[in-house]
Design a binder for this molecule. Structure first.
Ligand code: CO
Length: 160
């Protein structure tokens, strides 16, 4: 297991624009493997490299319904969005809080895999929300900069 420390709100790394990945080497593969361990350990849905202090354009999203099924997005771009959803959103880097955030209801991303081959992946609802949230991380943007407001304690407990 290669667990990495997840940075929170005030860390400068979370507010910087990340550089593209240019070497699809062992170092990248180790980062991806460690990020997968860290994502599963945290119980989150997505993780971006700047959240573990690496300023490169790398994102993981767990698209699995029951078992974890993690896809690796290197140098991802949003190529298509459609519709709108407004709902609660959280972030491993903003622990214990949730905000109401508007996102597209559908999103298609184009990205490279760990060997540099391009592919596309599309998703709706939570997956579309997660793509948008994680890609924002690569440009130094947290959901708290886009949300309507934080959910209150009452709203959070009512959801459970
Ligand atoms: Co996040």
């Amino acid at each position: 297991m290669g667990l990495r420390k997840i940075l929170t709100d005030q860390e400068p790394a979370l507010h910087k624009v990340c550089k593209p990945v240019t070497s699809f080497d062992k170092k990248l593969h180790k980062l991806l493997d460690d990020m997968a361990d860290t994502l599963i350990d945290s119980g989150g849905v997505g993780l971006a490299a700047p959240q573990v202090g690496i300023l490169r354009r790398v994102v993981l999203v767990d698209v699995g319904a029951e078992e974890p099924d993690i896809i690796e997005l290197v140098n991802p771009e949003l190529v298509e969005t459609d519709g709108e959803q407004c709902g609660p959103e959280g972030c491993l880097s903003v622990p214990g809080k949730y905000g109401l955030v508007r996102r597209p209801n559908y999103a298609k991303v184009r990205a490279q895999d760990r060997n540099g081959d391009w592919y596309e992946y599309e998703g709706e609802e939570l997956i579309a929300r997660c793509f948008c949230h994680e890609l924002d991380h690569l440009d130094g943007i947290l959901y708290t900069e886009k949300m309507d407001r934080f959910l209150t304690e009452e709203e959070l407990t009512a959801d459970q």
